[in-house]
Design a protein around this ligand. Sequence first.
Ligand code: AGP
Length: 610
Amino acid sequence: MCGILGYIGNQSKTVDVLLQGLTRLEYRGYDSSGIAIIQDGRARVFKSKGKLSKLKTKVKKHSPKGLLGIGHTRWATHGDASQKNAHPHVSGGTSVVHNGIIENYLELKNELKKKGFKFYSDTDTEVIAHLIEDTIEGGLCFEDAARAAFERIEGSYAIAVISDKDPDKVIATRKFSPLILAIGDHENYLASDVPAILPFSRKVIYLEDGDVAVLERDTISITDIDGKHVSRDVQEINWDPISAEKCGYRHFMMKEIFEQPRAVLDTMRGRFSEETGDVYFEGLDASLFKNVNRIVALACGTSYHASLIGKYMIEKIAKVSVEVDIASEFRYRKPILDNKTLAIAVSQSGETADTSEALLEAKGRGATTLCITNVMMSKIARDADGVIYTHAGPEIGVASTKAFTTQLIAFYLFAIYLGRIKKQLTKKQSIEMIKEAISIPQLIEITLKLDGRIKELAKEFFKYRNFLYLGRGINHPIAFEGALKLKEISYIHAEGYAAGEMKHGPIALIDEDMPVVLIAPGDGVTYKKILGNLQEVRARRGKVIFLTSDPGAQELQGIVDKVIEVPDSSYLLSPIISIIPLQLLAYHIATYKGTDVDQPRNLAKVVTVE
Ligand code: AGP
């Protein structure tokens, strides 16, 4: 997720508006940034790798002035974090900034290269600048050339573009990525979201997918791609700047819980073909995996729980044995590995010291290494032989939510990818599995609608001092993850267990002061066993919160204290759905307790120490 910005109006304000706006968008991505301004009829572009402060220093040295400009702060998805990959991208007199993923960029890049265009970056975005310049060279005016380019690109995007051929317009469009306009006095703005423009205007227009906006000093026109006028309401924003960064949510954690449908979709986007069942990961060398006959997954915390679920996916789909190790244990136990072992390091931050050292330990013992991470060019990503990026965007809340669900979908796609390499599944089977994955963002949306009910549930249970979470099969790690969410933000003691372990100890804990969360999506095999655990708990006066996808479970009302019904999904993908109500339960219990949800005591977002 990146942040884009545009401004047209008063030339003494342009640089200030762009730099101030980018500062307020830094939470959307901050590995590089840039601005483009049209001054005396030509585009002046300033970009830098690293923090925004570096760009500010560079711009201040040149103090450009111009009536209009665009800006960008980057969260890299295609092409590493570097100056050449920073936006704006330029072709001739055209400058472009973009947030999203252009899925057909390789095809367009090859077509443009054949026309003689030179590419200077590894990004998908650069194709947009060359497409527009190519069409302008073909005789179209800037606005029509922009529309023609917008029609060619596929994927998710919020784009702003300026050209020295028509230096009185900023043109923008969006599809699946947010983009808003703001109205000023003889000046107009556009941005990825509200925080960037709040100091300048509270009159906001939310663009919708397919809208094309043309901003001039005194007018804004909004049409569809064919130029047909569309009308959009002007809304008055009354947020303060801080809550604006959270898009009106009280905490980043809640905002990130609700971003999961798009984060999971973005992590899948451009990585499979529904027709052929092929899965591909940009930049990943398939030959790394040809001789692999054993996998060890290394991680900490939530990423460790994701790896436990990834084990089920890979073993079921690719038929390759997977062990999952806590990274801090793995690195000291002198593990037995060889060149047929694949070590997968899973880390949202890509900087966790234990996971980083565990990866190097595996590498040193001859294993091939792969990293699943959310941060482009992070340390673990740089050390691994191959990288699969989740596209969750920056995760600010210490409690990991969207990173977890995107790790799960990344594991699922990797399992199909490996299964095809190992010839363990047919084209038809992988097409079926991809169809299951495509339904997940919508199923998350449906599950998020439970929020009100979960909030009421939290009100009944937030005073308890201990919780037990139980699950079976692929959902037993969800018991661990649900318990971790609760304990790390509400400071209530919570334990996750495989439900079959109840009789080996935990059952001694059960009484009316020990709420038990039973995670039991209707997966047939273990569902009946979980009903047995339910009876064991009830027989000892335990309070039961029963999470299931079985519509028949409503009959259990009266036996259990609460039934949370989630939508049904495939067995292997059910953990992505099961975790959503547990994230919400932990969040609401913590807010009732008044703890610091985004920055809980004693915790850091990235643990770079042992
Ligand atoms: C999860 O909510 C915690 N913030 C923590 O357990 C985290 O998952 C762990 O520190 C690993 O972080 P990483 O994914 O960045 O390596």
